[in-house]
Design a binder for this molecule. Structure first.
Ligand SMILES: Cc1cc2nc3c(=O)[nH]c(=O)nc-3n(C[C@H](O)[C@H](O)[C@H](O)COP(=O)(O)OP(=O)(O)OC[C@H]3O[C@@H](n4cnc5c(N)ncnc54)[C@H](O)[C@@H]3O)c2cc1C
Length: 407
């Protein structure tokens, strides 16, 4: 039977990055992924700030397009911010994960694509892992440590689906469309976000640029009962609406349709470890539930986990409690805020309130907007509210002065 130091299940950003770091450290690591090809589950819109490239040592070859402008659009309000140089990237999600897996192999690790994890057993302090390669018989391997990087499905840490608690659930669908050069130029440098009942009740929609005159148009909906909306249309109807009424495209080629689920544990109540199993990435709700941004945070959790995994392998001492504490310390405050705001904006606010919220944003600079959208520092938003009230007071003063002057 083959024996590994670490088996990582799931070759998303979390699993790929974790296996890559462990392989670089010289451990015998196996990365298994159920899909045979990364194009098969190419579900993520994959926008990220520029710093992600440097922070996680990623090459430009995994970037599909750089962006430098932000637009936020609600039912009746439009706001935009421009920069002179790139502020972020839209990854080619398939290329990103293929790069991470290749880097595992380049550093002496082993990668099995098209290999599904089935279950584990625990004998004499070693873990037996049951796997199944497509077209073959189930087989077993052994490892000292098992990493659950299976994303929202949390397959390893919850062997029985029925034991899973309730999660906050979001569903996102995205169309990759081909447009002509002239139209593409209009969208090629911007991330466009849509809020409000017209474009995306109970969630948000987006247009992101990709290379080769392609655009990603998507909608994400938060599951749950809305305070005002009785019934939503099917998600794809909102995507068609953006393509037809906003982009004003009648004829276009659909290159791909993909989507996936996000399941987020309220108050970060996930299981982070269990015996010789440690969970990373979306499995421990590293995705930000307000914006659905999760790639760099999945990789962040992999980096933190690797330190504890190394300690475990070196000293055979298991302090994954500190791993949980460190991740919670990093995420809790901003993620709890994001969770509360997402519930309010996506499930409670009227359309007029969303319009009003977007209108306040005009008092914010591009840096403020980036801080809110990508660093989740919501204090900046109060600056927008302050600007709004100062403006109101000034207007009131002007009116008063005019009336006194006239009388
Ligand atoms: C529609 C949509 C749009 C998004 N847009 C963005 C965005 O613009 N920017 C951003 O940063 N984030 C975005 N995200 C979130 C981001 O994609 C995720 O947070 C990120 O992919 C999480 O990485 P992960 O490695 O934890 O999990 P995943 O990427 O989900 O990877 C888990 C892997 O485990 C594999 N797996 C599962 N079960 C098994 C098994 N039994 N055996 C073997 N393999 C298994 C899966 O096939 C998968 O490849 C988006 C998500 C969605 C759904």
């Amino acid at each position: 039977m083959q024996f590994f130091d670490v088996v990582v299940v799931g070759a998303g950003p979390a699993g790929g990055h974790c296996a890559r770091l462990l392989a670089k450290l010289g451990y015998l690591v196996l990365l298994v992924e159920q899909h045979e090809d990364f194009q098969n589950n190419n579900f993520s819109s994959a926008a990220s700030p520029l710093e992600t490239l440097q922070n996680y040592n990623l090459p430009e070859s995994v970037v599909s397009r750089y962006w430098q402008n932000i637009e936020i659009i609600s039912t009746n309000i439009y706001r935009s911010w421009q920069a002179k140089q790139p502020l972020g990237v839209v990854f080619d999600f398939a290329k990103l994960r293929a790069f991470l897996a290749q880097d595992v192999a380049n550093n002496g690790g082993i990668v099995w694509l098209g290999c599904r994890y089935l279950k584990y057993g625990n004998e004499d302090g070693k873990i037996t892992v049951y796997l199944h390669k497509k077209g073959g018989e189930p087989f077993t391997i052994q490892t000292k440590l098992l990493v659950d990087a299976t994303g929202y499905s949390r397959t390893v840490i919850y062997p029985n689906k029925k034991d899973k608690p309730n999660f906050l659930k979001g569903i996102g669908i995205e169309y990759l469309i081909q447009v002509d050069e002239e139209l593409y130029q209009k969208y090629s440098d911007s991330l466009i976000f849509f809020l409000g009942y017209k474009w995306s009740p109970q969630g948000y929609s987006w247009i992101f640029p990709m290379e080769n005159n392609q655009l990603k148009v998507g909608t994400a909906i938060l599951e749950g009962k809305h305070k005002f909306i009785q019934k939503n249309k099917p998600i794809k109807e909102y995507i068609y609406q953006i393509i037809q009424d906003y982009i004003k495209l009648e004829h276009y080629q659909i290159i791909d349709i993909h989507g996936s689920i996000l399941e987020y544990s309220p108050k970060l109540n996930d299981i982070y470890y269990k015996n010789q199993i440690i969970a990373i990435g979306d499995t421990v709700s590293t995705v930000n539930f307000l914006g659905g941004e999760g790639i760099r945070y999945a990789m962040k959790s992999a980096e933190v986990a690797c330190r504890y995994i190394e300690d475990y392998l070196q000293n055979n001492h298991q302090d994954f409690k500190s791993y949980e504490a460190e991740l919670k310390q990093y995420f809790s405050q901003r993620w709890n805020w994001s969770e509360q705001i997402s519930r309010k904006v996506y499930l409670e606010y009227s359309d007029a309130r969303i319009d009003q919220g977007v209108s306040y944003l005009k008092y914010l600079s591009l840096d403020d907007i980036i801080d809110i959208l990508f660093h989740y520092t919501f204090e900046k938003y109060t600056k927008g509210l302050k600007g709004f009230f100062i403006q109101k007071i000034k207007l009131f003063g002007k009116k008063l002065f005019k009336n006194i002057h006239l009388s």
